[in-house]
Design a protein around this ligand. Structure first.
Ligand code: ATP
Ligand code: MG
Length: 443
């Protein structure tokens, strides 16, 4: 019998679900920091809803006959109590559920945002994953079109801030539910007269969601679909005015756009304004942001009828673009790396205490742990991106001092009293001055 313990097999992440680490995690973190400033500058406040919701929420909110509900949801029955649950495939349904559940519109309209993972069971490829991340922004209780324009303009500002130049805007209007119904009837009649050209998907959707047939990627159906009746032939004055006004705002803001009458978006709840931002730099998965108005959804979830509009950005696709633009730096760095190599254990504890003392002043400090030669520790210090190494040896310990060695540039190293070390370092990081030491003038 083989008594030797077998090495346990390695486990792998779930297919289509990614780990973020090193530079990429840093980039994500730096991007998030930028996004928070951008969202705050337009008055958007954070909401966080659960990743798991009742399956019924998405069926009702997104629509039964959509790609997401038909084939992309991670749904399961909770084996402990039989609940039907789904990992959120998008944010809007959960946010609207929360808004209705907590009567958040009682005090007037709300601008909110959320960021985090969403889940869709799709075929993994570049820009398409089973767990991906969205930045979701919703303006609830606003009828627009001013706020529709605000959302689009704020996105343009983001692309500019991130140095993205190759992103173009497509817009469309989906009209009112009544106008869509009239268009829908016209579409069904038209598709029925071309039944021989419809593929299986299209046949199934003919009566349940004929609008989605317009979204087909089947080349054999393109010509027929291109000649289908268009919604703009069914639009009334109000819908037209909304769309015209939106465009006036965009023109004032100097934002280029094209009207794409085929843009319908893959979810049922949209009406009036819909838009997408698209790039050619990501291959086949070129849509980095999609959004639109969903004036009926709040009422559909049992709330008082309120208009709303929002968008979602795909974070993985955005990161891919940001990597190309180089506008956000994901490299990790700290201010100070503490190197210590005393012959007495007290040197290590002295270094430990000094690191804590420096952190108390707001400095970012890595303390070398685990020993190693002076040379290898200095190599680590350099690799950390730190501006300074603080070096501790027996001499420094005995004198209650530290050696401060600049790691970038060629300024000489100096010996500093332990009590003065943090202050001496703070002088070197002027960007940290305002909060740290500047005294507020008395008023
Ligand atoms: P697509 O047409 O690419 O499938 P979608 O219409 O399904 O996109 P939305 O529901 O509008 O996408 O989601 C908003 C954004 O989330 C998209 O514009 C895209 O950037 C991103 N996104 C959607 N699905 C995925 C995915 N599977 N993996 C990574 N990002 C995605
Ligand atoms: Mg999709």
């Amino acid at each position: 019998m083989n008594q030797e313990a077998k090495k346990p097999a390695k486990l792998q992440a779930v297919k289509g679900m990614n780990d973020f680490f090193a530079e990429e995690a840093g980039l994500l973190q730096a991007l998030e920091a930028k996004l928070h400033g951008w969202l705050a500058s337009y008055g958007y406040r954070n909401v966080r809803t659960p990743v798991l919701e009742q399956t019924a929420l998405f069926r009702r909110g997104i629509g039964e006959v959509t790609d997401i509900v038909e084939k992309e949801m991670f749904s399961f029955t909770d084996r402990l109590n039989g609940d039907e649950l789904t990992m959120r495939p998008e944010f809007t349904a959960g946010i609207v559920r929360a808004v209705v559940e907590h009567s958040l519109l009682y005090n007037g309209p709300q601008r909110v945002f959320s960021m985090g993972p969403v889940f869709r069971h799709e075929r993994p490829q570049r820009g398409r994953y089973r767990q991906f991340h969205q930045i979701d922004v919703e303006a609830l209780g606003f009828a627009g079109p001013d706020v529709d324009a605000e959302l689009i303009v704020m996105l343009k500002r983001l692309w500019d801030d991130l140095g993205l130049t190759d992103v173009r805007l497509e817009i469309n209007t989906l009209g009112s539910p009544a106008e869509r119904a009239a268009h829908r009837d016209a579409l069904i009649t038209y598709f029925e007269s071309h039944a021989d050209l419809l593929d299986e998907d299209a046949k199934r959707r003919l009566h349940s969601n004929p609008l989605r047939i317009l979204d087909t990627k089947n080349p054999a159906m393109q010509a027929m679909v291109n000649a289908a009746p268009r919604l703009d032939q069914h639009l009334g004055d109000e819908s037209r005015a909304h769309f015209e006004e939106l465009q006036a705002y965009l023109r004032d803001a100097g934002i280029a756009y094209t009207i794409n009458p085929r843009l319908v978006r893959g979810l049922d709840y949209y009406n009036l304004t819909v838009f997408e931002w698209i790039t050619d730099q990501l291959g086949a998965q070129g849509t980095i942001c999609g959004g639109g108005r969903y004036d009926g959804l709040i009422e559909l979830f049992g709330g008082k009828s309120e208009p709303a509009v929002g968008f979602a950005i795909g974070v993985e696709r955005l990161i891919d673009l940001v990597k190309q633009s180089g506008a956000v730096n994901g490299a990790s760095r700290c201010d100070v790396y503490v190197v210590h190599q005393g012959t007495r254990p007290e040197a290590a504890r002295y270094a430990f205490g000094l690191a804590e003392q420096m952190r108390s002043t707001g400095l970012e400090v890595i303390l070398h742990c685990g020993g190693g030669s002076f040379k290898s520790q200095m190599k680590k210090a350099d690799g950390s991106g730190a501006e300074f190494a603080v070096i501790i040896g027996d001499d420094e310990l005995a004198a209650q001092e530290a050696t401060l060695k600049p790691l970038r540039g060629d300024a000489p190293q100096e010996r500093v009293k332990a009590a003065a070390l943090a202050a001496r370092l703070i002088e070197q990081f002027p960007e940290q001055l305002p909060e740290q030491i500047t005294e507020q003038p008395e008023s």
